[in-house]
Design a protein around this ligand. Structure first.
Ligand code: 3PG
Length: 398
């Protein structure tokens, strides 16, 4: 049985739950940096924002921790296993309580903010890349900006710093490698092709997810899920072959980004069980680690000499405004990702993927309008088929 819990800032030890002790202690003041606890602890901190599920396997009616005090007492031996893990959001969505409407409004606000921030990011990102085609540096700057923003937020206590241990960073590492590859690949793609084309190809991510799960993890899916891949793959292929400004690096960048983000999601899901860092702080830690991974590669691939020369050219062509574009793409990159991770705290992965598809539609349409991207009717048809396929996929997965 699985119970969900949203609660104030309290720390609960795993053993307290297993053995029925009923006390909670306040979290002591923390340093602004995520603390590194080298020894493994059996305590876990319940985050303010993270919905936490307590899974009881092998018992009858354990009840939710919210109602823990009123539950009938149970024997120690009744509990075979009790573990806490990052919420599978699908189970916290439909409460049917009076607060459900407020929650829907909150999720609506998250979605609108996420899409708006993403549209702004994509526009400034493309403007920067048009004037300064160094995607490895601009990717690094977006991560650096987000990391700096979060370090300042923790230092000034605007945001509560997460409590992390070495194990946390170890499990985060493969996630960060995949995030870094996916981020750089998408930026390289956008430096070579229209923003709309990158996002059309990126709408094929569910196909990568199913294929990786099927052929690498050995998972099987209902037949409708496989069938939904036909319009996704067919639509992307049609859009690619009819793209007026097709570029192989741009195409491959979007494909690699899709693959990397599928692995990021798999590692994320596997690695974060039992952790209770809020979505916002989880993304902050991911940015910091990705920045550390990416920086040496960015220097090796492009390097300061190329960057300096490119900067002179961009300043000569655009003027000081160019600096603001770089700042905007970096800040909005962090903000849209932060909001998307915060909304992941509230919704199921399925709802999230539908939201992500809607986001791509906003980006594709707005970027075509803003950059006057030439689109042939058959190209638009391919994009529409691919996006329709992602909706079929999300229905088939239900
Ligand atoms: C990036 O730079 O990381 C990509 O633009 C990410 O795109 P997505 O968040 O829309 O998948």
């Amino acid at each position: 049985m699985i119970s969900s819990l949203r609660q104030p800032s309290i720390a609960i030890s795993g053993s307290d739950i297993v053995f029925g002790k009923r006390h909670a202690t306040l979290i002591p003041p923390q340093s602004f940096l995520p603390s590194l606890v080298s020894e493994k602890s059996h305590r876990f901190v319940v985050s303010l924002k993270k919905p936490l599920h307590l899974a009881c396997i092998g018992v009858g009616n354990f009840g939710s921790v919210k109602n823990f005090e009123t539950e009938k007492s149970f024997e120690k031996g009744d509990l075979v296993k009790c573990g806490a893990y990052e919420a599978d959001r699908s189970e916290v969505e439909d409460s049917g309580t009076p607060s459900a409407a407020a929650k829907k409004v909150k999720i609506g606000i998250y979605f609108a903010t996420w899409w708006a921030l993403n549209v702004v990011f994509n526009i400034y990102n493309k403007k920067v890349l048009n004037a300064y085609p160094y995607p490895w540096l601009t990717s690094t700057l977006s991560l650096a900006c987000g990391s700096l923003m979060m370090l300042i937020s923790w230092a000034t206590r605007i945001a509560e710093a997460p409590k992390t241990d070495l194990e946390f960073w170890k499990t985060l590492f493969p996630v960060a490698v995949a995030h870094t590859i996916g981020h750089v690949a998408a930026t390289v793609s956008m430096s070579k092709v229209a923003v709309s084309f990158t996002h059309i190809i990126k709408s094929g991510e569910p196909a990568f997810s199913v294929l990786v799960s099927r052929f690498i993890l050995g998972e099987t899916f209902p037949v409708p899920v496989y069938l939904s891949l036909l319009p996704i793959i067919g639509g992307c292929a049609l859009a690619a072959v009819t793209e007026l400004n097709f570029n192989m690096i741009g195409f491959m960048g979007a494909m690699i980004s899709n693959l990397a983000f599928v692995f990021r999601n798999i590692f994320s899901k596997k690695g974060m069980k039992g952790k209770s860092v809020s979505g916002m702080n989880y993304y902050a830690c991911l940015s910091i680690l990705s920045l550390a991974i990416l920086t040496p590669f960015a220097i090796a691939v492009e390097g300061p000499a190329v960057w300096a020369a490119g900067y002179q050219t961009a300043m000569a062509e655009i003027g000081p405004q160019f600096i603001w574009w770089v700042a905007a793409q970096s800040i909005f990159y962090h903000l849209y990702n932060q909001v998307s991770y915060m909304s992941l705290d509230e919704i199921s992965p399925l709802t999230f993927s539908i939201g992500n598809t809607m986001k791509r539609i906003s980006v594709i349409v707005s970027s075509i309008i803003i950059f006057h991207t030439p689109v042939q009717p058959v190209n638009a048809l391919g994009a529409a088929i691919a996006i329709f396929g992602t909706f079929l996929y999300s229905q088939a997965k239900q």
